[in-house]
Write a protein that binds this ligand. Sequence first.
Ligand SMILES: [Zn+2]
Length: 196
Amino acid sequence: MVLPFTLTRLSPIQRSASRREQRPARAILFAIRSPLCFSSLMIDPFTENDHSCMRAALEEANHAAMRDEVPIGAIITNDKGEIVARTGNKTRELSDPCAHAEILAIRSACESINSQRIPNYTLYVTLEPCAMCAAAISFARISRVIFGASDQKGGGILHGGKFYTQPTCHHKPSVQHGLMADESGEILKNFFKKKR
Ligand SMILES: [Zn+2]
């Protein structure tokens, strides 16, 4: 049935009411399209436990600096969110180029449950893992990785070989980054500034 034109056409008052009703929908659409407008609506993607674990990782990074090691700290939590491993870089102390914080934490967590795989575990690290550590995280079947600062020069997740995007990667953990990135970067900057 075709309605008479007069029934379907809105009066000026009706039209303005109709526009008002549409405003919230348009505002949401605009906010989604525009990240700048969205910032006020942004929700912290990290949990309280994520924050406290990254704080512990930062403590480990500071301890590493005191040992004159590159200040990077790593934490591993189990499926209940409990810390099962925490350490910092020890490449100098152990005369081992592979003794990055992530590798040492993975070894410790695997030993604690006598298993070569730790699925449902989360690894927190202050700096973007290098290619070696990104691969070790994958081999250990860790489900979630959270890192602080990005590493353009040595990172292997967002940078370099981007290990988790490679067809040779058989387990890709979920990755979040940027948690306490400023603090993580600051520790490294201060460490290398003193070295100059
Ligand atoms: Zn590494």
